[in-house]
Structures are given as structure tokens and as C-alpha cells.
Design a protein around this ligand. Structure first.
Ligand code: 3PY
Ligand code: MG
Length: 256
């Protein structure tokens, strides 16, 4: 059976996730086999669609690590579908109010936390749980909801978002947050004011008993975030892995 992100977090403390935009299962499986703790399939800026998410989750499961899906903005029905296909967690972008957070939780959690509709055939097969009652009992706790905090509105509503019972975690989008905090003047995740805002979000999430994740563009940034205590750290994207590998190998080949 495919391990859940919750169980991997429990055993390792923090997880590094690959971030895959290309809707090809072999790319997701390769990332899983490269040693990431989990693999995220991106439907917001990546090219994944419902069918490639279904196939990608299967490929990641084959490699024995959990899959996460980032849904498109506001497409909370997709959160239910991705969970039905066996996603271990959902990252929802641009959660800017308690209302957004409640709509997300409503789609992602079974009653009494939400109103997720029943139909988890693939998820049950991957989890190895064949008893519907047991799956219903355990799944709200085993599948994580990450609300992305990446606007001024989200920062203002943070405590209300954190108070929504079906929201398990926040996930900081440091690029969008840096654009928002500079009123569009710059995109710079490491800018001091942006890092201070991120540290504040992390502290408030943990104080509320919720998990916190963030996106890192380099290995060095990811190490920095690991030391700060983030629970989930996304590292780069498939495009970056390809480019970095290709340019490094070409430079070696062309060296005198
Ligand atoms: C952001 O940095 O805005 C993100 O959404 C990271 O994926
Ligand atoms: Mg973003």
C-alpha cells in the first residue's frame, strides 16, 4: 500500500516534495525514485489535468511515496476528485479568506468536518483499506489540506483561516507573497520583508497546532527552511531539475 503523507511526516519530521508540472507519469515516478519524500502534481501553473493526475498518482504509488496535488485556483471540486484518486494531501492556491478556507475544507473532508461526497474507489485500493467504514473513519485525519497563504488578504485573515477545523496546514507561496507585499514592484522570495512575513506565518500556524509548508527554488533555500522548522518543503520543479542536469552535464562535456 502507498504510505500516507501523515505517516511519512510522523516518521521523518519534515518532508521534501518534488514539484511536477509535466503531465507524464514517468516524470513523477522518476522524481519519486530520486529520493524525494513525496511528489506534488501541479494543476495550477503546471499542465496536469484530472486524467494525468490519476496516472501520476499511480506512478508515484509504484515508487512507494505519497502524492500531493495542487489544484487550480478555486477549483475545490478537484480537491475531492484528487483525493478519490489517492492523493495524500491537497494544496489549494490563493486561499484569501475564512470563506475560501471553509469551501476548501468542505470539499476535502467527510462529515462532520465537511461535505466530501463518497466515491474513493482508487484511494481505497491504494491505501489497502477495503472496509468502507474504516476508510470513512480514518480518512479525514489521513488526508491533509494545505491552504496557500500568498496575498495581503490571506495575511490579514490568517488567524480565521487557521481556525477552520478542516484546514490542517498552510503553505506559503513566497513568490506571490513577495509580489503582493511589494505592490507588484518585485518578485523576490528571499527579500527581508517577505522572509519576515513567512516566519510570522510559520510561527502562527504552529501556535494554532497546524502544519506549515513553503516553496523553495534552490536546495540552499530548502535547507534554510528545514532549519526554520517547516513541515513540508517543496524543492524546485521538474523544469528546473531538467535544466540544471542538462547545463551541468554540458558544462562538464565542454570543459577543457
Ligand atoms: C508561490 O511562490 O507563489 C507559489 O505558488 C509557489 O509554488
Ligand atoms: Mg503562488
Amino acid at each position: 500500500a502507498m504510505p500516507s503523507l501523515v505517516s511519512v511526516l510522523r516518521s521523518r519530521g519534515a518532508c521534501l516534495t518534488a514539484w511536477i508540472a509535466t503531465p507524464e507519469p514517468l516524470i513523477a515516478e522518476s522524481a519519486a525514485r530520486a529520493g524525494f519524500d513525496c511528489v506534488t502534481l501541479d494543476m495550477q501553473h503546471g499542465l496536469h489535468d484530472p486524467v494525468s493526475v490519476m496516472r501520476g498518482i499511480g506512478a508515484v504509488a509504484l515508487a512507494g511515496v505519497p502524492a500531493i496535488v495542487r489544484i487550480p485556483v478555486g477549483d475545490f471540486a478537484m480537491a475531492s476528485r484528487a483525493l478519490d484518486m489517492g492523493a495524500s494531501a491537497i494544496i489549494a492556491p490563493m486561499i484569501n479568506s475564512a470563506e475560501d478556507a471553509r469551501a476548501f475544507a468542505t470539499a476535502a473532508k467527510y462529515p462532520p468536518l465537511g461535505e466530501r461526497s463518497w466515491g474513493p474507489v482508487r484511494a481505497m485500493q491504494l491505501s489497502g483499506v477495503s472496509d468502507g467504514a474504516a476508510f470513512l473513519r480514518d480518512t479525514n485525519a489521513a488526508t491533509l489540506t494545505f491552504a496557500m497563504i500568498e496575498t495581503r488578504a490571506a495575511l490579514q485573515a490568517l488567524d480565521e483561516i487557521l481556525a477552520v477545523p478542516g484546514i490542517d496546514a498552510v503553505f506559503i507561496g513566497p513568490s506571490d507573497l513577495s509580489i503582493a507585499l511589494s505592490d507588484g514592484a518585485s518578485v523576490d522570495p528571499m527579500r527581508a520583508d517577505n522572509q519576515a512575513a513567512a516566519a510570522d506565518i510559520l510561527a502562527r500556524a504552529h501556535a494554532a497546532g497546524k502544519l506549515a509548508g513553503i516553496f523553495a527554488i534552490t536546495g540552499e533555500q530548502a535547507r534554510h527552511y528545514r532549519k526554520l522548522g517547516y513541515d513540508l518543503i517543496a524543492l524546485g520543479t521538474d523544469g528546473m531539475y531538467f535544466r540544471l542536469g542538462a547545463t551541468t552535464m554540458l558544462a562538464e562535456a565542454k570543459a577543457e
